[in-house]
Design a protein around this ligand. Structure first.
Ligand SMILES: Cc1cc2nc3c(=O)[nH]c(=O)nc-3n(C[C@H](O)[C@H](O)[C@H](O)COP(=O)(O)OP(=O)(O)OC[C@H]3O[C@@H](n4cnc5c(N)ncnc54)[C@H](O)[C@@H]3O)c2cc1C
Length: 495
């Protein structure tokens, strides 16, 4: 069964193209580039990391360069078929889920690093470059690319740009938007445009800022100029052991209040520790800990010892029973393995994992987490928490089995309540995973009609007919032709 139906969400996008038109488009696509269209080839493209939503595309194309992307887009327009850009498919909000009967433009073969400019500390890359591969390539120049999603071994720069991705080191270094200087975009009409400037001082409207975080709805990113950072002179990593997650949150509040800006402040709770320690990511974390707080400091070597002692004292004051400092790079890597492997390890708990993503003011973390736990308990769900605590970016993770319809209902109901609690506390409904298909009907929790209308008009300036990744970001109930054509005087989506 189509999972979006089981969630009571509207079906995505327009009806499938007619059979003859579909065959004509597939022939046209095959003339341009590699194209998958057999059912068994399409199966793995039906969803991204959010398995609750899925859609069967007409075809998946694998272009090699921006000209091929532009030609694919023009062919889709000729046949009146919508298209969805895709990177590695690690997204967790259904952003790359295909429109039924649409074309998936998978960018992973555009994976070249086109230039590394150490003098100006920038690189020019194609969208399919894997995040971790970029840092690896620039390390010999004493540089790194700062945004580091925990999925960095797989996710692509194109996906990061579309989602304005963050990561553990966002706290000090900022999210993707702080690191993108210029972009090349294939517009939904098939034209190629350049936005921004490698100098970081573009004249006019900040259109790069508009595209970063636009979730693939404004066009297809086909080249990105990114800022690079110098590798820090020194790094220290601490692992503080707490009796419970609430006291670990208090330590985070104390650290932020002290004026220190660690590179990362990450919390892993007891249930996650249990799953990690039983998995290949085992890092020797104490299984009886209620939570661990991972703190990373970076900067000039001379500054770190004092900061380290202050963090140690602040953690102790908040109730840490022990604070370990990584003695070398291998131990640092071991601490991080537990954090980065957390989502993978949760595969041990249940067949499905729903990774929530919301942000609350850091001072409200303890009370919000307590309420999140209460919600999961009330619904009888298995909850674990591993999150970017320094940013107030929560990831309540619900392990479940979607074959159990009753459990699925509770997962959805609890998810909504969790978002409501976060918004009530002054937070927002997504920190880094985006709205996608997952939260399009929750955006009214944070935006009014006027906000949505303005956002719709911005989208319309790039994509007047709503053909590029339709059915995402905007609520299905009103606004935008694609969401409710009748409200706009059309019988159906005008493609
Ligand atoms: C284990 C795990 C850990 C994660 N940790 C983090 C984390 O710490 N921080 C974080 O921010 N996210 C995290 N994520 C979510 C995800 O990895 C990010 O959103 C990532 O940026 C998605 O990249 P991708 O290449 O997989 O994109 P996809 O999932 O393929 O696509 C994501 C969105 O980008 C659009 N898109 C893709 N390529 C292009 C393009 N070339 N042009 C225009 N639009 C495009 C798609 O249409 C879609 O809307 C995690 C995911 C997993 C599975």
């Amino acid at each position: 069964m189509n999972a979006s139906k089981s969630l009571g969400l509207a079906e995505d996008g327009p009806a499938r193209a007619g059979t003859a038109a579909a065959a004509g488009l597939i022939d046209a696509l095959r003339e341009i580039t590699a194209c998958l269209a057999r059912p068994e080839e399409l199966l793995s493209y039906e969803c991204d990391g959010l398995t609750l939503h899925s859609g069967r595309p007409l075809a998946v194309v694998l272009p090699r360069d921006k000209q091929e992307i532009a030609r694919v887009v023009r062919a889709c327009r000729r046949f009146g078929v919508p298209f969805v850009p895709r990177g590695a498919g690690t997204g967790l909000s259904g952003g790359a889920t295909p429109t039924e009967g649409g074309v998936v433009i998978e960018c992973s073969r555009l994976d070249r690093i086109l230039a590394i400019d150490p003098q100006n500390r920038l690189a020019v890359v194609e969208p399919g470059v894997v995040n971790a591969a970029l840092t690896q390539a620039v390390r010999p120049f004493g540089l790194f690319y700062a945004p580091d999603p925990s999925s960095q071994a797989a996710c692509t720069i194109g996906g990061n740009v579309a989602e304005n991705s963050g990561g553990p080191h966002t706290l000090k270094h900022g999210t993707t938007t702080q690191h993108v200087l210029a972009l090349e975009l294939v517009l939904p009409g098939g034209e190629l445009v350049r936005l921004g400037s490698a100098t970081g001082w573009p004249p006019g409207y900040d259109l790069v800022g508009a595209v970063v975080g636009s979730e693939g709805t404004l066009g297809i990113v086909c080249e990105v100029t990114v800022r690079l950072q110098p590798l820090p002179e020194a790094t220290e990593t601490l692992l503080a052991i707490f009796p419970d997650v609430v006291s670990a949150c208090r330590a985070v509040g104390g650290i932020i209040r002290s004026g220190l800006v660690p590179a990362a402040l990450e919390i892993v709770d007891r249930r996650t520790i249990e799953a990690v320690e039983a998995s290949v990511y085992a890092a020797g974390l104490p299984r009886d800990a209620g939570a661990v707080l991972l703190v990373e400091l970076d900067g000039p070597a001379v500054a770190l010892p004092r900061q380290l002692e202050r963090i140690r004292a602040l953690c102790g004051g908040a109730g840490a029973s022990r604070v370990d400092v990584a003695r070398d790079a291998a131990e640092r890597e071991r601490f991080w393995r537990a954090r980065r492997g957390a989502f993978g390890a949760m595969g041990r708990l249940a067949p499905d994992l729903y990774v929530h993503d919301a942000v609350v003011p850091r001072a409200r973390l303890p009370e919000v987490l307590a309420r999140v736990c209460e919600i999961a308990d009330r619904h009888g769900l298995r909850l674990s928490n591993v999150f970017h605590a320094g940013d107030g970016n929560l990831h309540p993770n619900i392990s479940f089995d979607r074959r159990d319809a009753r459990e699925l209902e509770h997962v959805i109901a609890a998810g909504r309540e969790i978002l409501e609690v976060c918004v009530e506390a002054g937070g927002v409904i997504s920190g880094e995973h985006g709205i996608g298909a997952e939260k399009r009907d929750y955006v009214r929790m944070v935006f009014g009609d006027d906000d949505l209308e303005a956002m719709c008009r911005l989208r319309g300036a790039f994509d007047p007919e709503g053909v590029c990744n339709p059915g995402k970001v905007f609520p299905t109930t009103r606004f935008c032709v694609e969401a409710n054509p009748k409200a706009r005087g059309y019988d159906r989506v005008p493609l």
